[in-house]
Design a protein around this ligand. Structure first.
Ligand SMILES: Cc1ncc(COP(=O)(O)O)c(C=O)c1O
Length: 402
């Protein structure tokens, strides 16, 4: 089908929640490039929104998935599942957690973390259920994760929200201290706010959060849906801060494109869960777990994470050079290959995204007006150089128009 036919079908039959999408339809991908229905190449700095960790048509991932498809797609959690058990072992051995649960998405992983936090206190006969989250956060689109999300615009049309979530400013420890009551059970934050515009937590804040949770007997939950699985140059975002969460959640990059989510918990919390408390039909099926196992093993192999870190530094330095040339670039932020460039409001980030698309580069806009760069973790220096060169051309055009 050509692009116009696909667009026509979409506009007629698909729920219009994505509005007008970016004007391209992709047919296939290879490495860090996507190719549209006309055969035009695009270098991808969005990676399906931090999902396609190993890029496109990765040989090991493709092979593992195809072999698993031929063996067994799904069998239900009524049974023991080899790849699920192996994935659990690998995640536990490489994280601060002791037990994992596999589901299908980031929102579902966060739902699970919320349930686990509440169950932990319920099992102690304590009526503590409130979770403090931060303004400008994003935790998902299900009702509970929407209520956890600190952005009114996503909540308003769906009120009333489920109760039990309090929002306070990000990177503000005093605000959290003030919000704690006898009902508080946990604090949940993203180590780097992703959808909110690539805003990293400070080390001071993260360390103070850990101390506060220890002092007050609260659980610390990190939403690592976007920051996890190597995105920031470490396997998990929390590793940058010298603190460990009691529960953390994963999704996006974990399956390299196959839908999967997970929450990981320390034993003292995980042991609150009893048979029947939680479940899933599809979550943790052999296909998804095989994909995740392959992605995780690849990332843990040799110098993979070291390379992400080096490239991340290089990319950030190049973006800082761009900032120095264009005064309307407010800030360059992020860690590893999760980077953002905030622009002054008068420069419409969305127009730059379209202009870059036209030039064959995929980027997107997050938060208020922040260009977001979350490429496959296998991106190369030469791709970063090409992106920067083209970005400068687009920004120069915008500065002319502004
Ligand atoms: C930090 C964070 N948490 C949760 C979610 C929700 O994940 P999903 O769309 O897989 O439900 C997202 C999605 O962007 C996210 O960035």
């Amino acid at each position: 089908m050509d692009y116009n036919d696909i667009k026509e079908l979409d506009e007629k039959y698909y729920l219009s929640t994505f509005g007008s999408r970016l004007p391209v339809s992709f047919e296939y991908g290879e490495g860090c490039s996507l190719y549209d229905t006309q055969g035009k190449e695009y270098i991808d700095f969005v990676a399906g929104i931090a999902v396609n960790t190993l890029g496109y048509n990765h040989p090991a991932l493709g092979k593992a998935i195809v072999e698993q498809v031929e063996k067994l797609l799904h069998c239900s959690n009524l049974f023991y599942i080899e790849s699920q058990a192996q994935l659990a072992k690998l995640l536990v051995e490489n994280s601060c957690g002791d037990r994992i649960f596999v589901c299908n998405s980031g929102a579902e992983a966060n739902e699970g973390a919320i349930k686990l936090a509440r169950k932990y206190f319920y099992s102690k006969h304590l009526y503590r259920y409130e979770i403090i989250t931060t303004l400008n956060s994003f935790h998902g689109r299900t009702m509970a994760t929407l209520a956890a999300t600190g952005q009114e615009k996503y909540q308003k049309p769906f009120e009333p929200m489920p109760t039990g979530f309090i929002h306070v400013p990000f990177n503000d420890i005093e605000a959290i201290e003030k919000a704690i009551t006898y009902k508080t059970c946990a604090i949940m934050i993203e180590p780097i706010q992703g959808e909110g515009g690539i805003i990293p937590a400070t080390a001071q804040y993260m360390q103070a959060l850990r101390k506060l949770c220890d002092d007050k007997g609260l659980l610390l939950i990190f939403d690592e849906v976007q920051t996890g699985i190597g995105r920031t140059g470490k396997l998990f975002g929390y590793e940058h801060y010298g603190v460990e969460p009691d529960i953390f959640t994963l999704a996006k990059g974990l399956g390299g494109g196959i839908p999967i989510g997970a929450f990981v918990a320390k034993d003292f919390v995980a042991s609150a869960i009893e048979p029947g408390d939680h479940g899933t039909t599809f979550g943790g099926n052999p296909l998804a777990c095989t994909a995740a196992l392959t992605v995780l093993s690849t990332i843990l192999d040799k110098n993979f994470l070291e390379d992400v870190k080096t490239l991340g530094h290089y990319f950030q330095d190049r973006l800082i050079e761009v900032k120095e040339k264009f005064p309307f670039v407010r800030e360059v932020r992020g860690k590893g290959l999760m980077l953002g460039m905030e622009l002054e409001d008068r420069i419409p980030g969305k127009d730059i995204v379209l202009d870059m698309l036209d030039k064959g580069f995929i980027i997107n806009c997050a938060g208020k007006n922040t260009l977001r760069f979350v490429p496959p973790l296998i991106i190369e220096k030469k791709d970063i150089d090409k992106l920067v060169e083209n970005l400068e051309v687009c920004l120069a055009k915008e500065s002319h128009n502004a």
